[in-house]
Design a protein around this ligand. Sequence first.
Ligand SMILES: Cc1cc2nc3c(=O)[nH]c(=O)nc-3n(C[C@H](O)[C@H](O)[C@H](O)COP(=O)(O)OP(=O)(O)OC[C@H]3O[C@@H](n4cnc5c(N)ncnc54)[C@H](O)[C@@H]3O)c2cc1C
Length: 479
Amino acid sequence: MPSDTAMLTPSETPAFLTRLAAIVGATHLLTAPADLAPYLTDWRGRFTGRALAAVRPGSTAEMQAVVRECLAAGVAMVPQGGNTGLVGGATPDASGRALIIQFSRLNRIRQVDPANDAIVVEAGCTLAAVQAAAEAAGRLFPLSLAAEGSCQIGGNLATNAGGVQVLRYGTMRDLTLGLEAVLPNGELWSGLTALRKNNTGYDLRHLLIGAEGTLGIITAAALKLFPRPAETVTIWLGVASPAAAVELLAATLAVFDAQLTAFELICPLSLQLVRQHFPQLPPPLVAPWHVLCEFSGSAEDDLPQKAENFLAARLADSAISDGVLAQTNAQRKNLWALRENISEAQKKEGVSIKHDIALPTSRIAEFLQRIAPLLTTRFPGIRHVAFGHLGDGNLHFNVSMPDAAANTRLLAQEHEVNEIVYDLVHAQEGSISAEHGIGQLKREFLTRYKTPAWLAAMRAIKHALDPAGLMNPGKIMID
Ligand SMILES: Cc1cc2nc3c(=O)[nH]c(=O)nc-3n(C[C@H](O)[C@H](O)[C@H](O)COP(=O)(O)OP(=O)(O)OC[C@H]3O[C@@H](n4cnc5c(N)ncnc54)[C@H](O)[C@@H]3O)c2cc1C
């Protein structure tokens, strides 16, 4: 919580709120409990907090004025984009003294420059809106994830979002040319250049990306665009095991190289849950494990033929047990719907203990082989949903018990479950957070695995930029 600044007392609160309303307009300041309720709980329903109010600045200048008021009054700020984050990063704490900062009015596409393959957008644009603006200009903005209709660019930046095309295009960090942000002291940091080369000292852009709103408020970004691939081919493959999937990845890259844009691993339980909760989406084939794979390129690449030849060759050398090539756009969408509804199906099933981990791709099969007995010995009956972006070594490994009472008991032992999973990830030189961030969910594990030197540097940076500790307190770091 705020350290160097006096905190707002209850008697000062009405005047503070009046000053905020004067900045943004009364209709853009939410204080009624019913209006605030949707913003107090995270997407998974695992974290609930309280807040003084939620404010919706309509311009960068309004944002600066709001931050200055908060600084003067010692009020903590919690930036919240689409609230689709999975680690409780956008949920306020229980004190009820923080202000939620929302971005829905900062949603302009400021500039599209196809000749420079760049787009400048405000933080409150949804990812889908940015994809659409790029498409309207005949370009591709490649970040793609299941929450793209709701998540916002500011949230994507603050979490360094990944998604299904990192293999080809990189994470949000790789896709960002410049940023504009309001710093915790209310000053505007204008780094909104659309340059591919710019070596002019420390680059605050890379500190703000992935900082989960703890170092400042991102208000706009200059992002990279790409040529739109003329052709996209999607295939669904059955494989014997995760080890076979890793071998298949190498074989696929050897043939397709940069034409491979997605390579997703899916365990049988993931599909079973999708089938149960979305019966309109039957799996295309039966296999021990599944891979969803996508290629894109120019018309000259003749990808459909190349993919068909590849399928035939992999069936012949038994690298796959079966394969389906989407023949129409509707079939392609259906294959992706199976993958993209895994999170939703798990949510419908109940709460699970989620792990978004990164490992060297070469060690993923070993991880899955070793983790299963470790967990089952300690928690008999535990089940695992394992799926994710195998192409970039990112696995979503979520555990739960099949029946509700046993699951409640398991959730009470979440810390022990996490220790088992993360200790193995750490021993295998992996990361406890691949693309979702730390938020509130993983704070204690950050301090468990990061070295003292690493933590000290992070604290020094935080203190230098946010000495009052008002920017999204309680997220990422434990002091
Ligand atoms: C079904 C589903 C699928 C998902 N799939 C993926 C996936 O494949 N890959 C992936 O990476 N993530 C995935 N996510 C997680 C989530 O969508 C991403 O983390 C997304 O980037 C969050 O964006 P948001 O706008 O919802 O951010 P929020 O949840 O609102 O906030 C996330 C964090 O960013 C901070 N923040 C938000 N806006 C700003 C801003 N303007 N300035 C500073 N800080 C800010 C918040 O304080 C918080 O710490 C998925 C989520 C769901 C529900």
